[in-house]
Design a protein around this ligand. Structure first.
Ligand SMILES: *[C@@H]1O[C@H](CO)[C@@H](O)[C@H](O)[C@H]1NC(C)=O
Ligand SMILES: *[C@@H]1O[C@H](CO)[C@@H](O)[C@H](O)[C@H]1NC(C)=O
Ligand SMILES: *[C@@H]1O[C@H](CO)[C@@H](O)[C@H](O)[C@H]1NC(C)=O
Ligand SMILES: *[C@@H]1O[C@H](CO)[C@@H](O)[C@H](O)[C@H]1NC(C)=O
Ligand SMILES: *[C@@H]1O[C@H](CO)[C@@H](O)[C@H](O)[C@H]1NC(C)=O
Length: 459
């Protein structure tokens, strides 16, 4: 277990005039960010308890694949960060906004590689360039520079003394020219007191929206490569782990072993929901994790991990390997296995329908509805109570959102989504299949999570 202390930034930009180099400012506020991580358990040190054997089996199976899916992941180079900031600058010009302001967090890491603190003076790229600045207390300026954020030139800082008002320092900056009330767009992760501080000190403050919000939605092939690796790697870890399950294992033990399997492959798990049988009728669980796995229980696992800062988010529902494919009856008469299997295939059909509907120029609503119609036609409409999916990238959940009311968002090539239809029969069982897809120029969306599930015994 370790802790790393990081400063916080913020981004802004300003619009171009005809005869000057356009300038787009990105301001970073100083603050603190804590990152924590857990140590990797060395499998050889685990005693040969049932859980120890389970973990060794799972990790060995995962590693024996050779982890070929990692080959598509390469960390984004400096040029990718410059491109992102210049895309942001273009979006600000398009929407008539003077600057974008961001604090450390996911958005900051997207534009300036988190653990760093940046300001982009100017880099030639296309016709509009980002001008990024860091607003920092004077005594922190050197620490900000030591972060080595991805900029070509030394970062530009704007400093204030602790007894000054930082909003006034920002407002008095020459970058605003003779504008009386520069228009700032604040990131969605911005703390409320900073937004109010800016608004109370001469700025016009807008919430995240318009083209600026769209910048992160279209992924580059490099980003797609990382997202493919982390999502495929997560599904493959579930598949490896599944083969090692044994009767009476608890869901807490499955969480621990799956997390350690992901870590053994170089992925960093950040959430992991494991539900057995009737527990899965609550889409996101809520039980204490001590329930034991029984033959005939469906296991629903919804798990996410990080690789180079990008997220996976996948779900698989399946029978344990010790539950025979047929006959279903022996020790499990209390459950209607026939219905569970038919719902499993129904949810897969709904997911397939959504993938076919996930094409350029479709509305987000139409993709949700394509899946929903399949489930409703089979009489389970009321048992699919959540949206179909969401965008995914640096954040596991990001816009656009695939829900039946979202007629505003239109799909574009390079957008990435989860498709995660489900059917939840209260007190009985739940089924959800979740995969990650990218919208392509031609045809239906491409799967990025190692291929869809094939059957209740072949997730
Ligand atoms: C970027 O902004 C800084 C400070 O606001 C300013 O000093 C610098 O000249 C700007 N650079 C460009 C290329 O506009
Ligand atoms: C981004 O940060 C990571 C982790 O600190 C580092 O390994 C990588 O080199 C950085 N990327 C760039 C382009 O600076
Ligand atoms: C089990 O489910 C199937 C398919 O939904 C249904 O036809 C059958 O009547 C159910 N059986 C019982 C015992 O409820
Ligand atoms: C999507 O819409 C745009 C703009 O209306 C159009 O240029 C493009 O050809 C359309 N793409 C497809 C695949 O229909
Ligand atoms: C998933 O996509 C790959 C191409 O990226 C394709 O080869 C594979 O057949 C697809 N799998 C499914 C189940 O559609």
């Amino acid at each position: 277990m370790g802790r790393k202390l990081l400063p916080l930034p913020a981004i802004s930009t300003s619009p171009p005039s005809k005869h000057r180099t356009p300038r787009y400012l990105i301001y970073f506020f100083l603050g603190l960010l804590f990152l924590t991580w857990n140590g990797i358990i060395d499998p050889s040190s685990v005693a040969l308890s049932s859980k120890g054997r389970f973990q060794k089996c799972s990790i060995d199976r995962y590693l024996s694949t050779g982890l070929p899916f990692l080959d598509t992941a390469h960390p984004p180079p400096l040029q990718e960060f410059i491109l992102r900031r210049n895309n942001l600058a273009q979006a600000l010009v398009d929407d008539g906004i003077d600057a974008f302001v961001v604090e450390p967090g996911y958005t900051f890491s997207y534009y300036a590689n988190t653990s760093q603190f940046d300001w982009e003076p100017w880099e030639e790229y296309g016709s509009i360039v980002a001008n990024t600045s860091f607003l920092v207390p004077h005594f922190e300026e050197i620490r900000a520079r030591l972060l080595n954020m991805p900029f070509i030139k030394p970062i530009s800082t704007m400093t204030y003394e602790e007894h000054w008002d930082p909003y006034t320092t920002l407002w008095e900056s020459l970058i605003w020219g003779d504008k009386l009330s520069p228009v700032l767009m604040v990131d969605e992760e911005m703390r409320d007191f900073i937004s109010r501080g800016l608004a109370n000190n001469g700025f016009t403050v807008l919430g995240l929206g318009g083209r600026v919000e769209e910048v992160h939605q279209i992924k580059t092939e490099r980003e797609i490569g990382i997202l493919r690796a982390v999502n495929t790697g997560t599904v493959e870890a579930i598949r490896a782990m599944r083969k090692c399950l044994y009767p009476d294992v608890t869901s807490n033990e499955v969480v621990e072993v799956l997390d350690n399997t992901l870590r053994a492959g170089g992925l960093t798990p950040f959430f992991n929901i494991v539900e057995f049988g009737r527990q899965a009728a609550l889409p996101h669980g809520g039980h204490d994790g001590t329930t034991k796995l029984q033959s005939g229980d469906f296991i629903l696992i919804d798990v996410g991990a990080h690789l180079y800062g990008y997220s996976s988010d996948v779900t698989r529902t399946f029978f344990p390997p010790f539950f025979p494919r047929s006959p279903f009856t022996p020790q499990t008469p209390r459950k209607n296995i026939t219905e569970q299997i038919s719902v499993w295939h129904l949810v897969l059909s709904a997911q397939s329908a959504s993938v076919k509907a996930m094409v350029p120029n479709a509305t987000a609503a139409s993709v949700d509805i394509a899946a929903r119609n399949v489930i409703a036609a089979a009489g389970y409409g009321d048992q699919f109570a959540h949206r179909l999916g969401h965008g995914i990238g640096i954040k596991a959940h990001e816009s656009p959102y695939l829900n039946k009311g979202n007629y505003v968002s239109v799909l574009k090539p390079g957008m990435m989504f989860t498709s995660e239809p489900g059917v939840y029969v209260l007190e009985e069982f739940g089924v959800r299949h979740e995969d990650v897809l990218v919208v392509r120029e031609e045809g239906e969306a491409e799967n990025l999570s190692g291929g869809f599930a094939e059957g209740p015994w072949d997730p």
